[in-house]
Design a binder for this molecule. Structure first.
Ligand code: NAD
Length: 332
């Protein structure tokens, strides 16, 4: 199969591309390298079935051309990371809404099956846990830019659903919960790469707020496996799925776990949210997925626990520190 991966030079996209090559597919990546990196592709960049196109999903003719050439599409290109979105609100909305519209329109025109990567952020501040796909969404006010990412992803889901209803587009939506693993950069505010890097350097590990907010972190290998299973499941067309892990941990608990596993002498330092993200920032206290739907459809269960995930990130970060690449190691 010929597969287009938008955002394939990013963290999840590069792992997905690698998995597709491993199973025998031809892979085309379209990426503008805004947060993605060529080094993420280095282990397979010379593979004869791999093709890289530097460009943007906002360029309709490039998108049309690539979609037409491929049998299937995974759409991951997006402005990602709380820090990136707060610093680039307009660009983020354009990429995440207009870019997705280009991809969905091309897929509808050429009748290509597409898996759309959405986010657990669409649940917003909901408190009825675990979050299930049919739950109501609870958003903060529009002037708090943090919610613009969630709103953009929700519009993407609505667009996808409309194409499915009106144009019989075969589209499956995956709502990723916090996904981590090797190659994820901490430069845009992702917590695990930042904590691991600081712990390995014996620098203070930063915890925002009171640290009692909790998350469920999933290994990227699990998310990639789940997305591939859904892409091959015709009854998943038109459906939305949570994907990730339901192993919950507070951010203080995570900092302690990282420190122990890195055998670090770092102290844990609490930093007010305002200091990092400004005064109007809002966060959600807990975020736990209900994974029963994806289990029912494709038998998905996470296979790697948090310790295994952290081990893989620590190993990768140690290797990277041995061959310094300055930009990658800028913690926030
Ligand atoms: P990432 O930043 O590593 O990947 C996004 C990729 O998209 C990057 O390579 C970037 O260069 C590329 N990109 C951005 N704008 C583009 C444009 N206009 N045209 C072409 N390429 C463009 O982030 P990631 O964590 O790998 O996220 C991948 C997808 O998964 C995104 O859609 C994101 O919203 C979703 N997601 C990720 C997480 C997570 O925890 N990592 C959680 C929820 C949802």
């Amino acid at each position: 199969m010929r597969v287009l991966v938008t955002g394939g030079a990013g963290f999840i996209g590069s792992h997905l591309s690698e998995a597709l090559l491993d199973r025998g597919d031809d892979v085309w990546v379209l990426d503008d390298l805004s947060t993605g990196r060529l080094e993420n592709l280095s282990t397979f960049a010379r593979h004869p079935r791999f093709h890289f196109v530097e460009g943007t999903v906002l360029d309709g003719s490039t998108v049309q051309d690539l979609v037409c050439r491929c049998d299937r599409v995974f759409h991951l290109a997006a402005a990602v990371g709380v820090k990136f979105v707060l610093e680039n609100p307009l660009r983020s909305l354009r990429t995440n809404i207009r870019g997705t519209e280009e991809v969905l329109e091309a897929c509808a025109r050429h009748q290509r099956r597409v898996v759309l990567f959405s986010s657990s952020e669409v649940y917003g501040k909901g408190v009825a846990l675990p979050f299930s796909e049919d739950d109501d969404r609870v958003m903060g006010p529009t002037h708090k830019l943090r919610w613009s990412y969630a709103c953009g992803k929700a519009v993407d889901e609505c667009l996808a659903r409309a194409h499915w209803e009106q144009q019989q587009l075969k589209v499956t939506i995956v709502r990723c919960f916090n996904t981590c693993g090797p190659r994820q950069t901490g430069a845009y505010g992702m917590v695990i790469p930042n904590m691991v890097l600081r712990a390995l350097r014996n620098e203070p590990i930063l915890v925002y707020g009171d640290g009692q907010q909790s998350r469920c972190f999933s290994a990227v290998s699990d998310v990639v496996r789940g997305a591939l299973l859904l892409a091959d499941c015709t009854s998943a067309d038109g459906e939305v799925f949570n994907i990730g892990s339901d192993e919950e941990i507070t951010i203080t608990g995570l900092a302690e776990r990282v420190r122990t596993m890195c055998a670090s002498s770092s102290r844990i330092e609490f930093v007010p949210y305002e200091q990092i993200y400004g005064r109007s920032f809002e966060d959600m206290r807990r975020r736990v997925p209900d994974l029963s739907k994806i289990l029912r459809f494709v038998g998905y269960r996470p296979q790697r626990d948090l310790d295994q995930l952290l081990e893989s990130v620590i190993r990768h970060t140690r290797e990277e520190l041995r061959r310094p690449i300055p930009a990658r190691h800028a913690p926030v």
